[in-house]
Design a binder for this molecule. Structure first.
Ligand code: GLU
Length: 551
């Protein structure tokens, strides 16, 4: 067995069939930290040999997600000044001539062969094995019984063929830095396909060739690939390649033990729709036809933009699954990296909050756990709140502004600069995410004459006891009308003195009626901030409308 004596090289090798899942992001983060902390290189390779599932858009999405997290690659696809390198191309679909050289070598040495069984024939073989209660293992009797001339004639006639690897009938031992050692008994690994009928290599083949040619010394990847390593090892040996060091990382699950999947979003939406007994979609959210079909068939999923629109209309937060979801929800990339690195690893002691520089210098395979990690959303939220609270006000404003411009352009356009600034000031201390400000302050952007009042809040806060909320509101309307200093301080002074006279200083009991009148419900920033953000004209209009509608 050959080993790598040289500098460390790790790689992240996503198949770009969608967005970057948090599990993938955690793998990338660990590969990156492991290499960078040891003066090594981190390679990004796009495994796009499954032409049906891969797309360029998904590749770009992956690349952007990684950069947003701060995980830059030394070699890989060229994007915004990153990547390039002498061992490319870094898209597997562009490496077909390279793979062909190794196919030819294996065929020439008799270590691989063409196989001509059709899909139907293979299905029959599978059924036969099943009927005998045996797992199906392709052992190649048919292909090997054929003479070279017969095989060549079939190939020349254009009969579709795959190339299979002739797996030696010996046990295969996998050494893993995290999971230890496992031996796969002889005969378990069959003569697997290494080149598909479309001429593309299979994952097993491409990964082995590329890891060798790209000088990869350490393969850190998800535990679900552990068994695949057996196939990779026999191929490495057959091709005379070095064996990388393996480390298979624990999977990340929801706290209830289920897989974190994009279906989780549909689950949340279905629950909210059922609670509201809805049969048609909220206005301006999802196309009614699509909504109806989705409602009827529990196995269907809404696409991302429809899910986001429906969640927005229902006022629910979608569970984040992909890196892009966390970004949209307003998590900070450095917090997400910190939190992700605790899923399956810890630096030891009580230390939980650290940056990626710390991760680089401390990450090791010894402290990676074997058991699945549980993704604790409340902890992530607490980390994000802590980080937002701890940052200087100007930085908070700048980050919220950037977030708003990308995800809430309409909201931003409706506010004046000073209104937005006041909203930031009022939200900084209590924002768990950069998105909170936009999600919880919709009242600011509603036109004064379109504001609707939550009937429950009206009954509870405005009506009932004497003096009622409406009585206080009427009194405050007059006071606010005469208020000349419409700053937080000025408003506080006039309203506090009214509270002192009317409700023995119990500010809460007069703030709530005002809040309902101004915002439609019982949640808003502190009441003086709310008034200041809306401004005098808007505030008075809303109070007058509320009084007229409920008196
Ligand atoms: N393309 C594989 C995946 O996305 C990579 C597996 C590996 O790292 O070897 O799961």
């Amino acid at each position: 067995m050959k080993q790598h004596p040289e500098n460390i090289v790790t790689r992240f090798a996503p198949s770009p069939s969608g967005h970057l899942h948090v599990g993938g992001a955690r793998t990338a983060l660990f590969c990156w930290a492991f290499a960078k902390g040891r003066g090594g290189k981190f390679v990004l390779r796009i495994e796009d040999t499954d032409q049906k599932r891969s797309s360029d858009a998904a590749s770009i999405g992956f690349v952007k997600d990684l950069l947003w997290l701060g995980i830059a690659w030394d070699e890989g696809p060229e994007y915004e000044g990153h990547g390039g390198g002498a061992r490319g191309p870094y898209f597997q679909a562009q490496r077909l001539p390279i793979y062909q050289r190794y196919f030819d070598a294996l065929i020439a040495s008799g270590k691989a062969y063409y196989a001509f069984e059709s899909t139907d024939e293979l299905a029959t073989l599978r059924d036969q094995a099943k009927a005998q209660n045996k797992p199906f293992r392709y052992t190649g009797e048919f292909a090997r019984a054929m003479t070279k001339e017969q095989g060549d004639a079939l190939l020349a006639s254009g009969k579709p063929a795959v190339i299979r690897f002739h797996t030696p009938p010996e046990p295969i031992t996998i050494h893993d830095e995290i999971l230890g050692e496992a031996t796969i008994p002889a005969g378990e690994t069959d003569d697997f396909v290494i080149r598909k009928a479309d001429g593309f290599p299979t994952y097993h083949f491409a990964v082995v060739v590329d890891d060798e040619l790209m000088g990869v010394t350490h393969v850190l990847r998800a535990q679900e690939h552990f068994n695949n390593s057996a196939k990779h090892i026999v191929l490495q040996d057959a091709l005379g390649f070095r064996r990388p060091i393996y480390g298979h990382l624990p999977l990340i699950f929801n706290p209830d033990g289920s897989k974190m999947s994009k279906r989780d979003k549909d689950k949340v939406l279905r629950k909210a729709v059922a609670e509201r007994a809805m049969t048609s979609p909220p206005a301006d959210s999802v196309d009614p036809g699509i909504f109806g079909a989705w409602l009827k068939d529990k196995n269907t999923q809404l696409d991302l933009s429809a899910s986001v629109a429906l969640a927005h209309a229902l006022g629910v937060v979608l569970p984040e699954i992909n890196v892009d979801d966390f970004r949209r929800s307003g998590y900070l990339p450095e917090v997400l990296c910190n939190f992700l690195s605790l899923n399956g690893w810890s630096p030891g002691g009580d230390l939980e909050k650290f940056d990626t520089e710390f991760l680089q210098s401390h990450f090791d395979l010894e402290r990676v756990v074997k058991t699945p990690a549980k993704f604790d959303r409340s902890k992530l939220l607490a980390f994000n709140l802590h980080a937002l609270k701890g940052m200087p006000r100007e930085e908070f404003v700048q980050k919220v502004t950037v977030h708003g411009k990308v995800y809430h352009a309409e909201f931003m356009a409706r506010l004046t600069e000073s209104q937005f600034r006041s909203l930031c000031d009022a939200s900084h201390e209590r924002s768990k995410t950069l998105d909170d400000l936009f999600r919880t302050n919709g009242f600011v952007t509603v036109a004064d004459d379109l504001l609707e009042w939550d009937p429950k809040a009206v009954t509870k806060v405005l009506q009932g006891s004497v003096p009622s909320g409406l009585d206080h509101l009427r009194a405050m309307e007059a006071i606010l009308h005469d208020c000349e200093d419409w700053s937080v301080g000025g408003l506080e002074s006039v309203l506090k003195s009214y509270a002192d006279q009317s409700v023995a200083g119990n500010l809460g009991s007069i703030a709530q009626p005002l809040r309902v009148a101004l915002c439609g419900g019982v949640v808003s920033p502190p009441i003086f901030d709310t008034l200041a953000i809306l401004g005098k004209t808007s505030s008075l209009k809303r109070i007058a409308r509320c009084l007229a509608s409920h008196s």
